[in-house]
Design a protein around this ligand. Structure first.
Ligand code: ARG
Length: 587
């Protein structure tokens, strides 16, 4: 028998096969789940409901299944013990031999990645994040799509997806008329090299929109600028290009600080000449209809969307968020060959994405296109202490840059308190990692669909489920290796005796739980599951390390304990990297 990476999943398949061999019919499901630790690692609960449906004795069916499992060529009882409990539950216990063999086999990030790639085995995925709107500075609201999007992207990639991150920037639409009007009125010159340009652009927009509100002439003039842009007027197109350059330069500085790995940035404007086909196909297939001058989709079989229209062309004939998104989806399927598309946005866009997905389903079906799996990974709001969306004292959204700077400054203060003698460059390096990681982790540790209250003290704390705690746990294991003169890459497995003490076994089992955590996290694309796991793993390690001395005379005991240290280190590091955090060796 192989040393399975994900034993619960393999056992599920094996039990299903054994059931067929034992004469069970197709309706049988193994229902593999984690067992009460007193009875084993996993339990198959499928016999009971099956026996009930068949009006058969569950215990007898359980015995039959057990025999079939034992007889299976893919099953080795020296690696997994099997027993029957109660009225027909089948329990599985990984033997110490299995635990050791697993730890020997999945020893570092590359071995883990290779095994994990079986989850997605090369499936083509496009993930859409952080997708900000141009001509606006990034603020605290942009933190979540960046952080969650990046974690989800890394996780999917690690688990075998052939993934592209497409940053669908909002770089088209009515706002540009007002902005261009504002710029021209103020005789403003753009400069992408100037760090403040984006802030100044925002001022231009504010001035433009104030004028537009004041006078009908200004409103017409702004509309005129937009029409000129849409018709390819060279001056306005040039200005629009400059605006995008300024935005991109400012965004890129943020992406760099946040370690984002974006592959493509097409944006809404890329699809402006691709919407005609959408109008045509949706009209032809009878999905879209004219309503009060606009082109809209009503989803007749949906409670709400049968009366709430999905507007795909505005009354003035302009395309919008919906039409560009439909065109974007088609492009991702036809040109990028996406088999799955993941959208990362704020929860307030849930209706948009539901309407988009349902419309696409009908449209693709009518045209015979292959519909990819569509997932909306949405998130809640970051709240201030007052329970309302977080703001500065003057009521403005907090700038992302200011937030990051403050995180690093606060982290530096803590680093200096903890190591008064540290050299300046080293302190800056640590503070930079810890500060940004703390912000990021505090976001990821929350179930994404909830709101959460932002707190500097909590996110920078060295205890609790925080980035500083986990980074410190990693640095501590590195320091164990430095002190003992071993390397985490040394070969411990061949010299290690089987895990023995309660704490060793508990830690080994926790390490082996990683694949189940990947599975759970992938199913729902909720990174907090991984955060909880890493925190529990660090806790299991502490318990082990406090109870069991590593540097003992017995070579086999020492080797297995060093192996546990090394594997914990590698899984913690791998997990942090998947969350977008590059761990430190020293802190
Ligand atoms: N630009 C949009 C916003 O800032 C998010 C775009 C998300 N992606 C998409 N394909 N709709 O809210």
């Amino acid at each position: 028998m192989d040393i399975w990476f994900h034993p619960a999943k393999e056992l599920d398949t094996l039990v299903k096969k054994a059931a067929a061999a034992a004469g069970f019919d197709e309706s049988f499901e193994a229902q593999m789940r984690p067992a009460d630790p007193r009875f084993g690692d996993f339990q198959s609960n499928g016999v009971l409901p099956y026996a009930k449906a068949q009006k058969a004795n569950p215990r007898a069916l359980g015995e039959k299944l057990l025999e079939a499992i034992k007889a299976s060529p893919d099953f080795d009882q020296s690696l997994i013990e099997i027993s029957i409990a109660g009225p027909g539950f089948v329990n599985f216990t990984l033997t110490k031999k299995f635990l050791n063999a697993w730890l020997a086999k999945y020893k570092g990030q590359s071995e883990l990645a290779e095994a994990a790639s079986g989850f997605y085995h090369g499936k083509k995925v496009v993930i859409d994040y952080p997708s900000p709107n141009t001509a606006k500075q990034m603020h605290v609201g942009h933190l979540r799509p960046m952080v969650i999007g990046e974690a989800v992207k890394r996780l999917l990639k690690f688990c075998g997806a052939d993934i592209l991150a497409d940053n669908h920037i909002g770089d088209w639409g009515t706002n540009f008329g007002i902005l261009i009007y504002g710029i021209k009125q103020n005789g403003y010159k753009l400069d992408a090299e100037n760090e403040n340009s984006l802030e100044e652009l925002e001022q231009m927009y504010k001035k433009g929109s104030a004028l537009v509100k004041e006078s009908e002439d200004a409103a017409n003039a702004a509309r005129e600028e937009l029409v000129k842009l849409q018709n390819g007027d060279p001056e306005n197109v040039e200005l629009w290009n400059e605006i995008n350059k300024v935005s991109t330069a400012a965004f890129d500085r943020m992406y760099k600080r946040m370690n984002l790995t974006i592959d493509l940035t097409y944006g809404e404007s890329f699809y402006r000449d691709k919407v005609e086909r959408i109008y045509k196909e949706l009209s032809e297939t009878g999905l879209a209809e004219e309503s009060e001058g606009a082109l809209v989709v009503f989803l007749r079989d949906h409670d709400r969307f049968k009366t709430q229209p999905f507007i795909i062309r505005k009354r003035d004939g302009a395309s919008n968020y919906a039409s560009t998104d439909l065109a974007t989806l088609l492009y991702r399927v036809e040109v990028l060959h996406a088999q799955e598309v993941v959208y990362v946005t704020d929860g307030r866009q849930q209706d948009h994405f539901q309407q988009l997905f349902l419309t696409a389903e009908k449209w693709f079906k009518a045209k015979g296109y292959k519909l990819p799996e569509l997932r909306h990974v949405w998130f809640g709001t970051i709240l201030g202490e007052d329970g309302k969306a977080i703001k500065t004292k003057s009521g403005e959204p907090i700038r992302l840059k200011a937030l990051l700077d403050e995180a690093v400054a606060r982290a530096k203060k803590i680093v200096l308190e903890k190591n008064p003698d540290i050299d300046g460059a080293e302190a800056d390096k640590i503070a930079n990692t810890v500060g940004v990681a703390a912000l990021r982790y505090a976001d990821l540790v929350q179930n994404r669909t909830g709101d959460y209250v932002f707190s500097w003290d909590k996110l920078l704390a060295f205890d609790g489920n925080t980035a500083p705690y986990l980074l410190y746990a990693v640095a501590r294991i590195h320091s164990i290796f430095r002190k003992t003169g071993f390397s985490p890459n040394d070969d411990f497995a061949s010299k290690a005796g089987e895990v023995e003490t309660e704490q060793e076994v508990a830690l080994a089992r926790k390490l082996l739980a990683l694949p189940a955590v990947f599975e759970l996290t992938l199913n729902e694309l909720r990174p907090h599951y991984l955060c909880i796991y890493l925190y529990e793993l660090a806790g299991a390690f502490s318990t082990f390390y406090n109870a069991d001395k590593v540097m003992v005379d017995d070579e086999a005991v020492k080797a297995r304990r060093l192996m546990l240290c090394s594997r914990t280190l590698r899984i913690l590091e791998t997990g942090l990297r998947l969350l977008g955090i590059e761990p430190l060796e020293k802190m």
